[in-house]
Design a protein around this ligand. Sequence first.
Ligand code: 2PG
Length: 245
Amino acid sequence: MPEAIPSENTSPQSPTKLVLLRHGQSIWNRDKKFTGWSDVALSPKGEQEAEQAAYLLKRAGFTFDVCFTSVLQRATSTSRIVLAAMHLDIPVLQTWHLNERHYGALEGMGRWSAIKQFGIWPILGCQIKFDAPPPGLNKRDYRYPGNQSDYATIDRDELPMGESMQQTLARLKPYWQDTIQPEVGQGKHVLIVSHRNTLRALMMLLDHLTPAQVMKLKLATGRPLVYELDQQCNALRHYYVDKLV
Ligand SMILES: O=C(O)[C@@H](CO)OP(=O)(O)O
């Protein structure tokens, strides 16, 4: 679990640092609804969490060269708030590969109504088992990304109808390896603003976690998590930035 290590990301001698940030609280986090690819806004508390994340990063001496985020507004708004508060005018690259795990037919439902409709085991199973998908959508459902203009340029076969953690990892991994990791490897200061399950999948890669370990990871909204990496981008250690100061 995260530990307190005092340092910052600006010394040329120090290991490469990568900062992961789960977006601030969204209105559906607040209302306890499965969200996934549903594009809901930050709550007022979530906006404050993004401001606070910027304050903590600034206070600990962090700066960034590039930011990667999902295409979902709770993540893009968080990145905008953080970078504006840090006075950083840097490239922000948005990609669906960093979208949250797609929750299929659960999107927009509260936990109890989902259990009522689908039964307890499908709901529990997809939250505790690495390879269990949620109840899926059919391709006519408005929640299927293939019916949404934001994803019109993406091959429909790549778009999910509900993802297990394993499937989330599978679509994140090539983007991490081909696009983000080379930037980190060049020594750039990278910020990734994404989602609970997508970041857990990334932590699995960085820390070489087992499926059972990754399903137990917790990740608070709006709390920057710092990874120190070796030259092959394996994690040396990680800690929340608010433990620095
Ligand atoms: O999609 C969701 O329901 C939540 C939890 O998995 O994810 P996030 O709030 O991080 O987008």
